[in-house]
Design a protein around this ligand. Structure first.
Ligand code: ZN
Length: 196
């Protein structure tokens, strides 16, 4: 049970009186009755504060997080393992490994959950937001959809031709190294379209 470092006006009063009052409070005697019995000890609100703050166990403020606890046990398992190996205690060493494995699994699980919670709490446009595979997939899907919608999907069509028609790649390389080929090829394309 942890107590506040600064003592209240009741606690700092006459020690014998305080102990009597504390006993009465602990036995469940109503504060109004206690205050009636010891009117000069303190005010009613001060008595109430004393009961709630000084006599009620305070929650431990600095609780170790489960993750920190896991890390601590992990380092203990590590030193146990090292000592066991040093003295040739194979059984102790394998027990330490077992403990470490269990703790590590829990730690990874906890850290993943913490990361997920962090991600959920960070807005999508926050540059510090960690990038997930799902997010990248979504970005790629959006980019492809936008690309395929532009210019009647010429990029997507060109890509399909590159994959399906090796001759198309040859034509691209030829134009790339000699742009004068382009109007000649275009003329051929137009003529061929007119004769069809
Ligand atoms: Zn007190």
């Amino acid at each position: 049970m942890s107590r506040r470092t600064s003592k209240c006006s009741v606690c700092t009063g006459d020690a014998g009186l305080v102990s009597e009052v504390n006993n009465l409070i602990a036995s469940g005697v109503k504060l109004t009755k206690i205050h009636e019995a010891y009117p000069d000890l303190c005010s009613y609100p001060a008595l109430s504060r004393h009961k709630n703050r000084c006599l009620t166990p305070q929650p431990v403020v600095e609780t170790m997080s489960t993750i920190d606890e896991c890390r601590l046990w992990l380092s203990r398992a590590h030193s146990t393992f090292q000592s066991a190996v040093a003295i040739g205690d194979n059984r102790g060493a394998s027990q330490a490994i077992g403990t470490a494995t269990k703790t590590l699994t829990k730690l990874i699980d906890l850290e993943e959950k913490e990361q997920e919670a962090k991600e959920a709490a960070t807005p999508d446009d926050d540059p510090s937001r960690p990038i997930s595979i799902a997010y990248l997939d979504q970005q790629l899907k959006e980019f492809m959809a936008k690309r395929d919608a532009e210019n009647d999907g010429v990029m997507q069509k060109a890509q399909t031709l590159i994959m399906a028609e090796p001759a198309f790649s040859t034509i691209i390389f030829a134009i790339w190294s000699n742009r004068a080929l382009l109007p000649i090829l275009l003329e051929g394309v137009i003529q061929s379209a007119n004769t069809n």
